[in-house]
Design a protein around this ligand. Structure first.
Ligand SMILES: Nc1nc2c(ncn2[C@@H]2O[C@H](COP(=O)(O)OP(=O)(O)OP(=O)(O)O)[C@@H](O)[C@H]2O)c(=O)[nH]1
Length: 649
């Protein structure tokens, strides 16, 4: 629509530029008039009355614009002036004397099923976690471990490299140390190597947790040797990487792992300024029914307190409450602490950087500036997209004109008008339906991080020669009726991660035949998605030849008043099976293909005739057999294609 409006306005501008003559069509190429006609389709303009020299009137443009739900205003291009930058930036590092040691922030990574979640659970349940006695820990994306000696560690509890990379994609990094979990009974696998690469790219040191050491078949030594091939050199091989043998399941040696982390943190000399403006990173964000937009935040600098004014992305907050992982309201959170922050005006995204500003007015100013910058960027993008489309249309126009030159202008207009009218008359769902396999998707997740993780995984999908994946909509929260309507309109499916669907939504989906899949384990969701992608691929057809016979002689047999040609044959290879398909080959040509009407051995009608046996057969259809013809019996096989997509899960 935008393109059409663009052409409409371009056409008008062209008219002005060309000296204000009241004719647009002769001086405006057909490519414009094609789209101008399309834009004018549902307006009060009588298209049949349009002539090559018709005037594109300003009131028509206004009508098209207002009917599109937009406001109409002529703008002078020279009006655009550059606004002064009102953004807020990270402050340079302060006086080194003001820096104090801070706890490390640790991410657990590793191959699927090597025990990341079990390790996090065991750490959370262990004595060393600072849980209130009998208290229930809440999921806020991170938790604190405190050693009897007083040292603290913050563990991010969203395992996996997908979450890590979505944060890195924004150029932010909350992690100081990566604990690489490798199962001692499985060794170094794909995602172990990927995790090493992620850590390396982020310049974050590794501690190896050799897990599942309780298993009899475990071989920790082998793990450490395999790691050598990826330049992870453990201490016993003369390197500086600590490797701790643990059993996440039994809780064995977890203290040693935590102590090793503290030792590494000391070497890293992690420090931060506890005073001054707050800086941090959002690790999760979600909308809470009672409390509105809530984020989990890792503080990286300064001390976060109630009343602080924060900016993150295009949202700001005056901090109303801070909660720790025990759901306890806290007054403040210093460097490396993870807290839930309540008080956001809108929901910022995970991975966004948090910066403190001096006042609410300043926060509004920053958000306004960032919104302005984003709009400008979008406009730029749209402009480029429009220009690209325009070039494509120009090519189309040239081709169209080449094919239409023999027509008068009136005939050409009618042809284009008809083509556009049919395009408009079809519903979007029908319009998008093609023979190409396609899977339109609606993705819903509980928190921003999980949706982002899913989107990152979908990014790895390459639709070449496969089923096209079309993302209709994604968002946070339970599956809604709107999601079902959207999926229904485009014959798509809904995938939810850690979200629910109310009974009425489920009933609606069932009624409309919309597949609704809810999961709480990412790789299961991906497995199901792969299955669905595979199911939308056309089946692969193949043939299996089961027998061959040669025609020895022909007879005509009377069936009622009709004479039916019958071939007397000998089966040379395999067998002939009446229920399968047959092909008659003469020389190199296929003369006929189809089913048999009869297959007889002597006088008896039979299902199967084996190799070496003679038989008589007639075709279901008109066929003249000749001696020397070859009859091939074959079965048609149909196999489901399987998508070759491997997201590495
Ligand atoms: N024997 C034994 N089994 C373990 C140990 N740690 C984890 N497991 C088992 O290994 C399986 C996978 O563990 P998870 O913690 O789910 O592995 P994960 O790496 O988080 O897997 P994803 O979340 O799928 O990436 C589970 O059945 C665990 O019970 C261990 O130390 N010893």
């Amino acid at each position: 629509q935008q393109v059409h409006l663009y052409h409409l306005i371009r056409a008008r501008a062209h008219h002005y530029r060309s000296g204000g003559h009241n004719h647009f069509l002769p001086s405006v190429p057909l490519v414009y008039s094609n789209h101008v006609l399309e834009a004018l389709l549902n307006t009060s303009v009588d298209l049949d009355s349009l002539e090559p020299d018709s005037v594109l009137e300003e009131r028509w443009i206004k009508e098209v614009v207002t009917r599109s739900g937009m406001k109409f205003r002529w703008a002078k291009l020279s009006e655009s002036r550059v606004k002064p930058n009102r953004d807020v930036d990270k402050k340079p590092l302060g006086d080194p004397f003001l820096l104090v040691p801070r706890p490390p922030v640790v991410t657990i990574m590793g191959h699927v099923d090597h025990g990341k979640t079990t390790l996090l659970d065991s750490l959370r349940k262990s004595q060393i976690v600072s849980t209130e006695a009998g208290g229930i820990t809440q999921h806020i994306g991170a938790f604190l471990v405190q050693l009897p000696t007083g040292e603290k560690i913050t563990f991010l509890d969203t395992p996996g490299h997908a979450a890590f990379s979505s944060m890195r994609a924004r150029g932010a990094n909350a992690t100081d140390i990566v604990v690489l979990v490798v199962a001692a009974d499985d060794g170094v696998m794909n995602q172990t190597v990927e995790s090493i690469q992620h850590a390396r790219r982020a310049k974050v040191p590794i501690i190896v947790a050799v897990n599942k050491c309780d298993k009899p078949q475990s071989d920790p030594q082998r793990v450490k040797q395999e790691l050598l091939a990826h330049d992870v050199v453990c201490e016993e091989f003369g390197g500086d990487v600590q490797a701790i043998h643990v059993s996440a399941l039994k809780g064995d040696n977890l203290l040693a792992l935590v102590e090793a982390t503290v030792v590494l943190a000391e070497v890293l000399e992690l420090k931060a300024e506890p005073s001054g403006s707050v800086e941090g990173l959002i690790i999760e964000s979600r909308t809470d029914k009672g409390r509105g937009p809530v984020t989990s935040v890792i503080v990286q600098r300064g001390t976060l307190r109630r009343g602080c004014v924060l900016v993150a992305g295009r949202s700001w907050a005056k901090v109303r409450f801070l909660f720790d992982e025990n759901g306890r309201a806290v007054k403040e959170a210093g460097p490396s602490a993870a807290v839930e922050v309540v008080g956001w005006k809108e929901l910022p995204s995970a991975g966004e950087v948090i910066l403190e500003v001096e006042s609410e007015q300043r926060a509004r100013e920053v958000v306004e500036w960032r919104t302005y910058v984003e709009e400008q960027e979008k406009l730029q993008e749209e402009q480029s997209a429009i220009e690209l489309k325009q070039t494509l249309h120009l090519d189309e126009y040239k081709k169209e004109r080449a094919g239409l030159t023999h027509l008068s202008w009136r005939q050409r207009k009618a042809a284009l008008y008809r083509a556009n009218k049919t395009k408009f008359a079809t519903r979007p769902s029908e319009r998008t339906q093609t023979d190409e396999p396609k899977l339109p998707l609606v993705i819903k997740g509980d928190v921003d991080g999980s949706v982002e993780t899913l989107l990152n995984i979908l990014d790895t999908y390459d639709a070449q020669q496969q089923c096209e994946l079309e993302l209709l909509h994604f968002g946070i929260g339970d599956v809604s009726e709107n999601d079902v309507n959207m999926a229904d309109m485009f014959t798509g499916s809904i995938y939810g991660f850690n979200v629910a669907a109310s009974k009425s939504v489920q009933q609606l989906a069932a009624k409309r035949g919309v597949s609704l899949r809810l999961h709480s384990v990412i790789y299961k969701l991906i497995d199901e998605l792969k299955d669905e992608l595979s199911s939308r691929l056309p089946p692969l057809h193949s043939e299996n030849v089961v027998g061959e016979a040669t025609v020895l002689a022909m007879f005509d047999v009377s069936v009622g008043k009709k004479k039916v040609p019958v071939a007397g044959c000998r089966v040379q290879k395999g067998q002939l099976d009446r229920r399968l398909k047959f092909r008659l080959i003469r020389g190199r040509d296929i003369v006929w293909e189809g089913s048999l009407a009869t297959l007889k051995h002597h006088k008896d009608e039979v299902q199967v005739v084996k190799s070496g046996v003679e038989c008589g057969l007639s075709a279901d259809g008109d066929v003249d057999f000749t001696s020397g013809d070859v009859i091939v019996c074959f079965e048609e096989l149909e196999a489901q294609q399987v998508t070759s997509w491997d997201p590495g899960f």
